[in-house]
Design a protein around this ligand. Structure first.
Ligand code: GLA
Length: 362
């Protein structure tokens, strides 16, 4: 097994098995998943790898290479930080009736934490895959995503939807995953022709992501309640939300229009039209405007970066990705042009006083 000496150095044994899971970038359908709506993510090359062995004492031991930190979990004692995601996965498997022995886990990841590229979902999915492999558990990839989402909600305190975990468990880096988060029906779609992805970190860490995220979620629930529907996904005509008070009106307008943008994008891809990349890009631009004005999850650094990207030649469209409040932006750009566009954009971004970093292409 590749890199097993690192595990050996920490735990003084060879690992039994290893598993990995990719991060994701969401192209359209932001903040729609906890409204039972539609999303369109794709996996990114960056991934998290978990190596596992059996612990010789009664505790779980976890080592994170990035944080250079070793944590011991005394059984049933919830740890804080990155280990809480792993603890959550183990607890949920046990609650589902699986006997989980004490484990040694070595974590290694190339997904930047707090970038909006789902490092936590990848950690959860890689951990669950690793345990499934080690113990031969009869759980499928959708169940892995569901356990991972519950770990995030119940043990990390973020009332997230299921997009990140489904993307990490089911998407690949070459196709978009069109997911209906209510039914979990999904379709693998080809990427817009003659285009590639560019992802740039704004250099601004996500702040308030957890608390504001949960606030947005409860605003959507209130809006759905006032409109008499189960979830905002059930609203098709955007005029319906006009009766809501502010800010619920704008929050609901974002969700309703964002769901339409995902469905429009799917239609564009299925039509196989020559200009699919530019039409897809326009939808991404509209998504960012809606996230900024109606949903209010952007910050000045993200708006500056998106603005520079949208005006750069060779860019079809750009938006923030993930929860917002900092992290990365994603752009759809002409095939093969990503690296050059990134250099020009980063230069202009630094003149605006910020320091960004290209994450994809690597
Ligand atoms: C985070 C959450 C997802 C989703 C996005 C916003 O990544 O984990 O469930 O809500 O924000 O689209």
């Amino acid at each position: 097994m590749e890199h097993s000496h690192e595990f050996q150095n920490i735990f003084n044994q060879t690992p039994e098995t290893q598993a990995y899971a990719h991060g994701r970038v969401n192209l359209l359908g932001e903040h729609t998943d906890y409204n039972d709506g539609y999303v369109l993510p794709i996996a990114i090359p960056q991934k998290t790898t978990v190596q596992l062995g059996f612990s010789l004492d009664e505790q779980h031991h976890i080592y994170s290479q990035e944080l250079n930190e070793k944590i011991t979990i005394f059984r049933n004692n919830q740890p804080s930080g990155f280990a809480s995601y792993i603890f959550g996965c183990i607890e949920l498997l046990q609650q589902a009736g699986y006997q989980i022995p004490s484990l040694n886990l070595y974590i290694k990841s190339s997904i930047p934490i707090g970038s909006g590229l789902s490092s936590s979902a990848a950690l959860e999915v890689a951990t669950l895959r690793g345990i499934r492999q080690l113990l031969n558990l009869p759980i499928n990839d959708v169940e892995i995503a569901q356990f991972a989402q519950q770990a995030e909600i119940n043990y990390a305190g973020v009332q997230c939807g299921i997009m990140d975990q489904m993307a990490s468990s089911l998407a690949d880096t070459q196709h978009m995953l069109f997911l209906d988060t209510r039914t979990l029906a999904r379709q693998i779609l080809s990427f817009p022709a003659l285009a590639e992805i560019l992802i740039i970190h704004s250099g601004c860490d996500r702040t308030l992501a957890g608390s504001k995220y949960n606030q947005r979620r409860s605003e959507c629930q209130q809006a759905a309640h006032l409109l008499g529907v189960k979830a905002l996904r059930d609203i098709d005509d955007v005029a319906t939300v006009e009766i809501l008070p502010e800010p619920l009106h704008r929050r609901a307008r974002h969700v309703v229009t964002e769901n339409h943008r995902v469905l429009d994008a799917v239609e564009i891809i299925e039509d196989l039209q020559d200009n699919s990349a530019s039409r897809f890009g326009e939808l991404m631009n509209a998504s960012h405007a809606s996230l900024r004005n109606d949903y209010e999850v952007s910050v000045p650094a993200l708006d500056t970066l998106v603005d520079i990207l949208q005006n750069a030649s060779g860019v079809f469209g750009a938006k923030l990705t993930g929860a917002g409040f900092g992290g990365a932006c994603v752009a759809l750009v002409a095939s093969g042009a990503g690296k050059n566009i990134a250099a020009t954009v980063l230069d202009e971004y630094s003149h605006a006083g910020y320091k960004g970093k290209v994450l994809v292409p690597e």
